[in-house]
Write a protein that binds this ligand. Structure first.
Ligand code: NAP
Length: 390
């Protein structure tokens, strides 16, 4: 039995994780949950899972949840909030496995706290690895914490890496769907709306990662995540566009063999793999190979997807440039979703923030968060200013 904490329980990965817990009640026991501001779903999860502790993003959300639990006569659930709350969830003494699935850097401190305790981590929150990967990996080496990637590409690489030693790996290939604008004429990019960008061809995910897939910044974050998780330089992490999203990624070995992982496009499979590791457990998440007629690949076009070029540059620079890439993107994506920034303004904002950010290597999580805040501040300054009333 693994005792589970879920950071980001109300999100897409969080709810898929709970679905796994529901399917395998003899293997997984939910102990602690951390949500953001979705009080209704958090309440529903408290009713069903009766966690020992639940954290909400802020005090008003925690107060609202406390009130509702009280009015339903549900007792015995500790309600906490904020960063201290997420850390409490990740470090609860009964927890053995932490699923890190808060979007953005909000889950960073809790993830790091779990690593510092030597826990097993199922890592979906790629932003934490992009912003503080060097520190997280160093701490995991010190404490013996196991980090199991949930991101489907890194999960695939983790599976394919079981076919050889790290020294035998020549390079790895991350597959990318190419997003909804893979074949859109470049001239039409300026007019892309949030509604169009939120339609991902193969995956159903949270809003930020869906927009990041449309700009391919998501693949860029994954390049940095892969460099850190698998200890590889950026030029040995390659990207290939594979529109079917059937092969989730590949590892090329020095002898010329290339191992690929294929499966359904359902995040419950990589979540189950991470939670069950090192075992494999039976599931109904099967893929019918007989229905597969062809697999396509094409090279990514860096003119169409400047975010990918910016990510490779940040991966080579490291430190504050990886932090700034992620932070500037989050600010720009928010502005795009609010209709305040055009689609092409996303890479433009990131490029301006990177140009204004000196390269440094933060020595602590506090320094990472300070660099993150500085980059957000710059990004906000570079956003188009709202027109003032006459
Ligand atoms: N979805 C996928 O298929 C997928 C695949 C690979 C990797 N990932 C990664 O997994 C992470 C989660 O993605 P997602 O798609 O599940 O996102 P999502 O659906 O937007 O969910 C995000 C979760 O984070 C919570 N949250 C947001 N701000 C918070 C804060 N300040 N404090 C505490 N909790 C907060 C949200 O809570 P509320 O909703 O309650 O506000 C929600 O539970 C991201 O890092 C993403 O890149 C996702």
């Amino acid at each position: 039995m693994k005792n589970i904490a879920i950071l980001g329980s109300t999100g897409s990965i969080g709810t898929s994780t709970l679905d796994i817990c529901q399917r395998y009640p003899d293997r997984y026991h939910v102990i602690a949950l951390a949500a953001g501001k979705n009080v209704a779903t958090a309440l529903e999860q408290c009713r069903q899972w009766r966690p020992a502790v639940i954290s909400m993003a802020d005090e008003p959300s925690a107060d609202a949840l406390t009130q509702q639990l009280k009015s339903e006569g549900i007792t015995g659930i500790e309600v906490v909030h904020g960063t201290a709350g997420t850390v409490r969830v990740a470090t609860h003494p009964d927890v053995t496995f932490v699923v890190s699935a808060i979007v953005g850097v909000a889950g960073l401190e809790a993830t790091y706290a779990a690593v510092a305790l030597g826990r097993e981590i199922g890592l979906a929150n790629k932003e934490a690895m992009v912003a503080a990967g060097e520190l997280i990996i160093a701490k995991a080496r010190e404490t013996g914490a196991t980090i199991l990637p949930i991101d489907s590409e890194h999960n695939a690489i983790h599976q394919c890496m079981r076919g050889g030693t790290p020294a035998e790996v020549k390079q790895i290939w991350l597959t990318a769907s190419g997003g909804p604008f893979r074949n859109t004429p470049l001239a039409d990019f300026a007019g892309i709306t949030p509604q169009q960008a939120l339609k991902h061809p193969t995956w159903v995910m949270g809003q930020r990662i869906t927009i990041d897939s449309a700009t391919m910044l998501n693949k860029g974050l994954e390049i940095i995540e892969a460099c850190r998780l698998f200890n590889l330089p950026a030029d040995r992490v390659r990207v290939t566009i594979h529109p079917q999203s059937t092969i989730h990624s590949l590892v090329e070995y020095v002898d010329g063999s290339i191992l690929a992982q294929l499966s359904v496009t359902d995040m419950r499979l990589p979540i189950l793999y991470a939670m069950a590791y090192p075992e494999r457990v039976a599931s109904d998440l099967t893929f019918d190979l007989a229905t597969l007629s062809h697999l396509d690949f094409q090279q990514p076009d860096l003119a169409r997807f400047p975010c990918l070029r910016l990510a490779y540059e940040a991966a080579r620079a490291g430190g504050t440039h990886c932090i700034a890439l992620n932070a500037a993107d989050e600010v720009a994506v928010d502005a795009f979703l609010r209709g305040e920034l055009p689609f092409l303004g996303i890479p433009e904002t990131i490029e301006r923030v990177l140009a204004a950010t000196p390269v440094r290597t933060p020595a602590s999580i506090a320094e990472v968060l300070a660099a993150d805040e500085a980059a957000r501040h710059l990004a906000r300054e570079f956003l188009p200013q709202p027109a003032h009333a006459a």
